[in-house]
Write a protein that binds this ligand. Structure first.
Ligand code: NZQ
Ligand code: ZN
Length: 392
């Protein structure tokens, strides 16, 4: 068991109709002006934006707004948001949307309060001392950004997608009404479940030690997401299934499922970020497309965890060699991705990188990760290249 620090300061307000509390929750933050930040239109179509504005009006909170965040959120809009916050004296950001909107809000929060260029944070050239406080009305269960210390932004100059991790950006509160996720297209719901599973799997596959209670929480979370995603394929409006998955999304990425394990492999994530940076694919689908190839590449170096995963998450029968059992677990996971219509390779993801692009993806990933990556097995640039190549 490894030492750990656990910091999860976000107040969670969960359940039906909770978005009506947006105004009163913002009012407790003693702020003068709020930026309501949102995406490309779903919150207008569903009427959520109007309900949130009404709630702010009723609480006497003044606000400005900035929409237009796209999946794989762009640096150019972040810069626009920073300028707006400075001009309007914004001192709180309310993100109404998913991971892309929340991450864009976090980056704006950094840029508005630090005296260096915001991209320096994502290039690891500067550490932010400050961030504007952020609140969230969550509309998709996926990224876990509503409780995480991460923000992931894409710089259109070079199509570099880069993440940053600092506790000061963790949201002050997150309003989570599972009903709001019922308007999602099936593909986005499935991408979300994939991302949620992956946030726990990235922590679970580690060669750094283990902690029984953490593994138990992680395995239960994975089984719960699998079971309830299967329900949502048939019954997308099942409230309880939506609720299970939404809460799993937050727990999966607020660090709980890796405590004491010394894990944080995150290789599939870092490889995927290069894919969605270059090809603008949905993050969850990109993860599914890369995972099987990664798993087969590393499992022998982390055999005990892959065996445990097969037995405790997939119920694989405990007979045969450890390797055979581990491989059955990997197959079961890939079959699940097929069942929920997620891709299991790059072709199915809809991208066909050339040899030069494969080399470039690996090079960019190596630069972004300081040359090595992973905990289940440490990967270098050549390993990254082989995984991209194998996933084609
Ligand atoms: O922009 P709108 O019109 O709102 O449409 C969005 C978007 O097209 C739509 N959507 C969201 N809620 C909806 C809805 N459509 C109908 N009804 C609703 N209730 O769904 C699409 C995807 O939204 P997005 O915010 O991009 O999804 P997600 O939450 O998966 O976020 C993905 C981003 O988060 C990053 C990813 O890399 C990606 O850039 N991540 C952030 C993390 C973090 N900050 O901790 C961790 C993750 O590993 C991830 O890297
Ligand atoms: Zn993710």
């Amino acid at each position: 068991m490894n030492n750990f620090t656990y910091y999860a300061p976000t107040k969670i307000v969960f359940g039906k109709g909770t978005e009506s509390q947006a105004g009163s929750l913002v009012a407790t933050q003693s702020c003068k002006k709020v930026l309501i930040h949102y995406g490309s239109g779903s919150v207008k179509k569903t009427g959520l934006l109007d309900r949130v504005k009404k709630s702010l009006d009723e609480a006497g909170v003044s606000f400005v707004e900035l929409g237009g965040v796209v999946p794989n959120p762009r640096l150019s809009l972040v810069r626009e948001g920073i300028a707006l916050c400075k001009k309007e004296g914004v001192d709180f950001i309310l993100a109404v949307g998913g991971g892309s909107v929340i991450d864009s809000a976090k980056a704006i929060g950094y840029g508005a309060t630090n005296d260096f260029d915001v991209w320096d944070i994502f290039e690891k050239k500067a550490s932010p001392k400050n961030c504007l406080p952020i609140g969230v009305v969550l509309t998709i269960a996926a990224s876990g950004s509503e409780m995480s210390n991460s923000a992931v932004i894409t710089n259109e100059d070079g199509w570099k997608k880069r993440g940053s991790n600092f506790d000061i950006c963790r949201p002050k509160f997150a309003i989570m009404n599972p009903e709001l996720t019922m308007t999602l297209p099936e593909y986005q719901t499935m991408c979300g479940s994939t991302d949620i599973l992956m946030h726990t799997m990235e922590r679970y596959f580690t060669s750094q030690g283990n902690m029984q209670i953490t593994d138990g929480i992680a395995e239960s979370l994975m089984r719960t997401v699998i079971e309830n995603t299967r329900i949502l394929i048939k019954k997308p409006n099942d409230y309880d299934a939506r609720a299970e998955i939404m809460w799993a999304g937050s727990l999966s990425h607020n660090d709980l499922t890796g405590l004491g394990n010394g894990g944080n492999d995150f290789a599939s994530h870092r490889l995927e970020h290069e894919l969605s940076g270059m090809f603008d694919v949905a993050h969850g689908a990109g993860l599914a497309a890369i995972w099987g190839t990664w798993a087969r590449y590393v499992y022998k170096d982390c055999l005990h965890r892959f065996k445990k995963f097969a037995l405790n998450v997939w119920g694989v029968e405990n007979c045969g060699t450890d390797e055979e059992i581990a491989l059955k677990g990997i197959e079961a996971m890939e079959n699940f991705y097929r069942e929920i219509k997620m891709p299991t390779n790059l072709r199915e993801l809809g991208v066909s990188p050339t040899d030069e692009q494969i080399t470039e993806l690996a090079k960019k990933c190596a630069i972004a990760t300081g040359g090595k990556l992973g905990s289940a097995k440490v990967l270098y640039e050549e390993d990254m290249r082989k995984i991209f190549e194998g996933a084609r």
